[in-house]
Design a protein around this ligand. Structure first.
Ligand SMILES: Nc1ncnc2c1ncn2[C@@H]1O[C@H](COP(=O)(O)OP(=O)(O)OP(=O)(O)O)[C@@H](O)[C@H]1O
Ligand SMILES: [Mg+2]
Length: 474
């Protein structure tokens, strides 16, 4: 018998009480955003205490109501808190860990090529300059989209062993052969391209080769012609309007497109990413043990992931962990069969600007709807500018949507004008016209642990957290 969780229960966090801030489970479900410059106390004063409180509550909760915790901790500041508060902490990024399936919570048969491509694109690193220009991302996306469409179409035709199976492999073999002839593809790449167990590598390598064709004078239409010739030969019933409509690219566009494609390939087909994630949209030929985020949430697990921010691979996996968590929550993993929230899933993301995404599995959308499904996002980052700088250009609305969809914001010292402006606009003006509270008490000079908070219900306060020794394991 499952029952809904009582969302009105307050979370006992003495450090937050120092600030005058009391959160119940429902408020936590609407999200907590912690902002503050480096060394201002985000981790020690706020994130760790919140985690300690959640874990203490979890330790005494009935098994079916236990909170689940997914913690993305690039700075490795939170591992000790998690381990101290939880005997069954589960390390997500260990070598021995089964791969995480980023499509597990989705119905594979209902995915279209656009959804698959969006997912891949949002997992890749977008920090490269050439990728800041969305034009290249769109170009790379379109090419990838065509390849995924063809393969998904052929895969669906090939439900039972029939000639579509053969056509599918002929398509890839023919295409690889044609490209090999055209470009003298390196042997290693050809092997990956032809590996039937790694569709993503195939798509991405193909994408790179299509973009690279002709060296510095890429002529995408000729690649399109090539693909079409292979299709006419091996799968004549496939309609490919998108390929025939590709624009002619000038030579200077090629290097940017190649850079975008190469970054995608590098991020998604690296050995580490392949080991940690099962990215392939198609069911693998050989079943390996796969970590399902849905099962982990249903078990109320605690997961710690500590990616390196200096490696594109680490951040790709971090985004994938986040995406899989969002998908599982939105698929109802934390709810009773009747749809009521059964347990909270705390998604704690430190250095959140490194992990937030504006496309594919977008944080803005998740924050807007996730609360109904038991999610409790706790995001910590240095400033709003840091988020804005990391998302691709043109993400202004996404940044705004992320900010406005988090109900409680705690602000430590910062000199970022964007962040102060956002906060100033939210705190009510004084009853007698005069300087704003933020001008009187400049957060630019705050002491560690000194914070100002504001909630979507209109409450706000200022205070300083008193550091407490961490409580021993329950
Ligand atoms: N409430 C507090 N009172 C006194 N000292 C504090 C308080 N909060 C944090 N500190 C001290 O400030 C230092 C930095 O804290 P912390 O690591 O939590 O900052 P941070 O904002 O997470 O920084 P970063 O962005 O670098 O991760 C620590 O040495 C910590 O002990
Ligand atoms: Mg920190």
């Amino acid at each position: 018998m499952t029952r809904p969780l009582d969302l009105s229960v307050p979370i006992a966090v003495p450090e937050l009480a120092d600030l005058g801030l009391i959160l119940d489970r429902a408020a936590l479900g609407r999200g907590v955003f912690i902002l503050g410059g480096t060394g201002t106390g985000k981790s020690a004063s706020l994130v760790s205490p919140l985690l300690r409180a959640l874990l203490a509550e979890r330790a005494v909760a009935p098994v079916d109501e236990r909170s689940c915790v997914v913690c993305i901790d690039p700075k490795r500041e939170l591992g000790a808190t998690l381990r101290a508060g939880c005997a069954d902490a589960f390390e997500v990024d260990g070598r021995e860990t089964p791969p995480l399936d980023v499509f597990a919570a989705l119905n594979r048969d209902e995915l279209d090529a656009g959804e698959v491509v969006d997912r891949y694109m949002s997992l890749s690193d977008v920090s490269m300059d050439s990728q800041r220009d969305s034009f290249w991302r769109v170009g790379a996306r379109n090419l990838l989209h065509d390849c995924v469409s063809i393969d998904l179409h052929l895969a669906r035709l090939a439900g039972a062993p029939n000639d579509a199976h053969i056509r599918r492999s002929l398509f890839w073999r023919g295409l690889a052969g044609a490209l090999r002839a055209a470009e003298r593809i390196a042997k290693a790449e050809t092997r990956v391209l032809l590996s039937p167990r790694r569709p993503i590598s195939r798509y991405l390598l193909l994408l790179r080769m299509l973009a690279r064709e002709g060296g510095s004078t890429v002529q995408v239409p000729s690649s399109a012609t090539l693909v079409q010739r292979v299709i006419t030969q091996h799968a004549p019933d496939l309609a490919l309007p998108a390929l025939s409509q590709l624009p002619t690219l000038a030579s200077e566009t090629s290097s940017s497109l190649v850079a975008t494609c190469s970054a995608l390939v590098g991020a998604l087909s690296s050995e580490r990413v392949q080991r940690a994630l099962r990215l392939d949209v198609l069911p693998p030929l050989r079943t390996t043990q796969v970590l399902s985020m849905v099962d982990r949430i249903r078990n109320g697990s605690v997961m710690l992931y500590q990616p390196s921010t200096t490696s594109a691979e680490g951040m790709t996996i971090a985004r994938a962990v986040k995406a899989a968590t969002y998908d599982a929550i939105l698929a109802g993993a934390a709810c009773t069969p009747e749809g009521a929230v059964q347990r909270l899933v705390a998604i704690v993301i430190d250095e959140a600007h490194e992990v937030l995404t504006s496309t594919g599995v977008s944080d803005a959308r998740f924050l807007a709807v996730g609360r109904a499904f038991g999610s409790a996002p706790i995001l910590a980052t240095q400033s709003i500018s840091a988020i804005r700088d990391r998302l691709p250009m043109g993400s202004h609305d996404a940044v705004r949507a992320i900010i406005t969809n988090v109900a409680t914001r705690v602000q430590l010292a910062t000199s970022d004008p964007d962040t102060l402006h956002e906060l100033r606009a939210l705190i009510p003006p004084p009853p007698i016209p005069g300087p704003h509270v933020l001008d009187i008490r400049s957060l630019a000079q705050g002491l560690p642990g000194e914070a100002c908070w504001i909630s979507s219900s209109g409450g706000w306060g200022i205070g300083r957290v008193k550091l407490r020794p961490s409580t021993p394991s329950p």
